[in-house]
Design a protein. Structure first.
Length: 197
């Protein structure tokens, strides 16, 4: 006997209990759902296998989710309990918990946190969106200032850095699984030429 068989075996008693709790007769339920009294009786006794075709009208008649009829397990708490990370004057708040998939973060940089740019590279692709304040973005040879409501996307193999313009800034970043890898310094060693971008 499979796990599916076990779940289906429990549907009949659950349907009977729900009907009795609702105070409705088999005849009245048959009229509401269009399912015959004999089919409903066999379904409740376990002599008839529950199908989606039968369960959907019953869920509508009882005004309950289909999950409740089949006793589906609860999905658990969907909230993410983020643990902020302090990094070089910035507070980074994880917004997702999708190991191996895209990761989302909120960055908060307080006023006065003007750091010297230190561009880094890593595998992946990154998107960012400024929520408030102004964000300074160094991307390759570009030195950009992004205001609230502006966004940027880029290949993270291009040397990049973001920071404050001296005022507080809040922004979101999303990058793929490879983007979560450790940053590597993008500056060439002394005496070596930086490759053309």
């Amino acid at each position: 006997m499979t796990a599916t068989d076990d779940v289906l075996r429990e549907v009949g008693p659950r349907l009977r209990a729900l009907r009795r709790k609702s105070g409705i007769t088999l005849a009245a339920l048959a009229e509401t759902t269009g399912i015959s009294v004999s089919t409903l009786s066999r379904l409740e006794s376990g002599q008839r296998k529950a199908t989606l075709e039968l369960l959907l009208p019953l869920a509508q008649a009882y005004r309950v989710p289909l999950d409740e009829l089949v006793g589906a397990p609860q999905t658990g708490d969907p909230r993410i309990y983020a643990r902020p990370i302090a990094d070089h004057g910035a507070l980074i708040v994880p917004l997702s918990r999708n190991p191996g998939g895209p990761q989302a973060f909120k960055h908060i940089i307080a006023a006065g946190q003007r750091l010297d740019p230190d561009p880094k590279t890593h595998e992946g692709y990154e998107w960012l969106y400024v929520l408030s304040g102004k964000l300074r973005l160094i991307l390759g040879e570009h030195d950009l200032e992004l205001a609230a409501g502006e966004a940027a996307e880029f290949d993270t193999r291009v040397p990049h850095w973001f920071g404050s313009t001296g005022r507080p800034v809040e922004f979101l970043t999303i990058f793929d699984r490879q983007g979560a890898r450790i940053h590597v310094r993008a500056r060439p060693k002394a005496g070596r030429q930086r490759p053309a971008q």
